[in-house]
Design a protein around this ligand. Structure first.
Ligand code: 4AD
Ligand code: MG
Length: 456
């Protein structure tokens, strides 16, 4: 018999073929004459119904066991499926200790419960769907940039710079070795202190000095000391850098297009998986993906945002004030206020953004060309800026912050064929949270890392 994945078997219309499938038992039901199984192999949300003579039943054939089933694919008389497998042979490949198995037959376990079992939660329908969606979204993101002519760059995971200057660095050190006394440089494997990257932006900017558009998509690390629902210590970031651009709008356009084309791809390629999240994983907030896809994203300035917050009747835990970061509660309010679709907030105070942000030279306000994309249910999804390409202004800013020694190479970029450019970073897990309506970021990554937790 021909070996098929279950996604192939359930969509096969040429009934009568002899096939074998391998997978895990999602349900078992024994009647007097017949045995019914549902077998899932992760290739799609749907399980294949298997019908066999009760004589094929065996002690080890239980919920959760791994099986290989051979038989004939026939048209199914039951509703909800086109075909079923009339089994002539069922082999239990791996038994399941159902007493200790944390998942029970016919129960829908919630995300919080299954999170306790990071090594096993892929056996549930919900997490199986999440993993297919994550994989498809990754493909969609790469295709988007490929189609637009961007070059993918592998930026380093270990680096000696702190791009965001926020001091959320993890330092990389040799394990289990006493620090040798003596020369300072002997103490470090790389001669200098090295860290896990908080952003690949500065490396992308180097490469953008020779390409029109570049991007990266990889693991990013921040020592966030919070138990928040939208921060991880290790997350995936999509970063893009675009050369020869002078407007924030051109950066915003790439953000919006990336969001749309990725979401379109997901809705087309895994509608069942996305629907499972929307129907069964009750989100706290009302997500409306159709609305987000239909309407253009809104745009307001940071200054307008502060005005909106101050004229609202809602009381915030943190009073909104010009010159201070927008808090999550502010971001969520602004998104709702502006129609519950994604919202660009532009032109932040100079003091709020890192050294590389381009000065708008609009004293006395003094803002920079920076933009955050805020989305329903999550808040900040993307952050981007035009980069300061004017050597003198950049030099001054680096001197002010005492970084001019460290970033000599960065100043070099502004001396040898410098062009106006800009870019952004999108948190991949936050994107998934937004589109799926998942409250907690720990539920959209296979093995979440956060403060006080590094299971497995
Ligand atoms: O706004 P951020 O800090 O921007 C940068 O790092 C820029 N250097 C990017 C660039 O311009 N190339 O981070 C970008 C996005 C945030 O908007 C957020 O979605 C996500 O990364 N992010 C996190 N996601 C999960 N856990 C964390 N701890 C995150 N920190 C940032
Ligand atoms: Mg940010």
């Amino acid at each position: 018999p021909m070996k098929l994945r279950i996604c192939e078997a359930v969509s096969r219309l040429d009934v009568g073929s002899k096939i074998t499938v391998q997978g895990w038992v999602r349900s078992v039901r024994l009647q007097k004459q017949n045995l019914f199984l549902h077998v899932n192999d992760g290739s799609c949300l749907q399980s294949l119904q298997v019908v066999a003579s009760a004589a094929l039943n065996q002690r080890l054939l239980t919920f959760g066991s791994a099986v290989a089933v051979s038989g004939c694919l026939v048209k199914s008389p039951s509703r909800g499926q086109e075909v079923e497998l009339q089994a002539t042979q069922i082999d239990v490949v791996g038994e399941c200790n159902t007493v200790d198995f944390p998942f029970k037959i016919k129960e829908r376990h919630d995300l919080e419960y299954i999170r306790q079992f990071p090594h096993l939660r892929c056996r549930t329908n919900t997490f199986s769907s999440l993993l297919r969606i994550r994989s498809q979204a990754t493909t969609a993101i790469h295709s988007y940039f490929e189609e637009k002519g961007f070059i993918q760059v592998h930026t380093p995971v270990v680096t000696s710079n702190d791009c965001e200057g926020a001091g959320e660095l993890f330092q990389v050190e040799l394990a289990g070795q006493e620090k040798k006394s003596g020369q300072e440089e002997d103490q470090h494997f790389f001669s200098v202190p090295a860290y896990l990257t908080v952003s690949g932006q500065l490396h992308l900017e180097c490469i953008a000095g020779a390409f029109p558009g570049v991007y990266s998509f990889g693991p990013t690390f921040r020592a966030e000391n919070s138990q928040s629902r939208r921060h991880l210590a290790e997350f995936y970031m999509v970063e893009a850098e675009i050369s020869f651009t002078q407007t924030l709008e051109s950066i915003m356009k790439v953000m919006e297009d990336l969001f749309r084309s990725t979401t379109e791809h997901l809705l087309a390629r895994c509608p069942d998986d996305v629907a499972l999240f929307h129907k069964h994983v009750k989100p706290r907030h009302n997500i409306n993906v159709d609305l987000m896809m239909k309407k253009r994203f809104n745009v307001i300035t940071y200054t307008e945002a502060i005005d909106i917050l101050n004229s609202s009747s809602q009381t915030f835990a943190f009073k909104p004030d010009w010159g201070f970061d927008l808090q999550t509660e502010h971001e969520k309010y602004l998104v709702k206020h502006c129609g519950n679709v994604p919202l660009f907030v532009t032109d932040y105070p100079y003091t709020l953004k890192p050294f590389y942000a381009r000065d708008n030279l609009d004293l006395p306000l003094h803002t920079v060309s920076a933009v955050d994309l805020l989305v329903p249910g999550v808040g900040e999804l993307c952050g981007g800026t035009l980069r300061e390409e004017r050597l003198e202004l950049l030099k001054k800013r680096l001197e002010l912050t005492g970084l001019d020694e460290t970033y000599g190479w960065y100043l070099d970029l502004r001396q040898f064929g410098s062009v106006p450019h800009g870019g952004f970073g999108m948190g991949f897990e936050r994107y998934l949270q937004c589109v799926l309506g998942v409250d907690n970021i720990k539920d959209v990554i296979p093995f979440p890392r956060y403060s006080r937790s590094c299971l497995l």
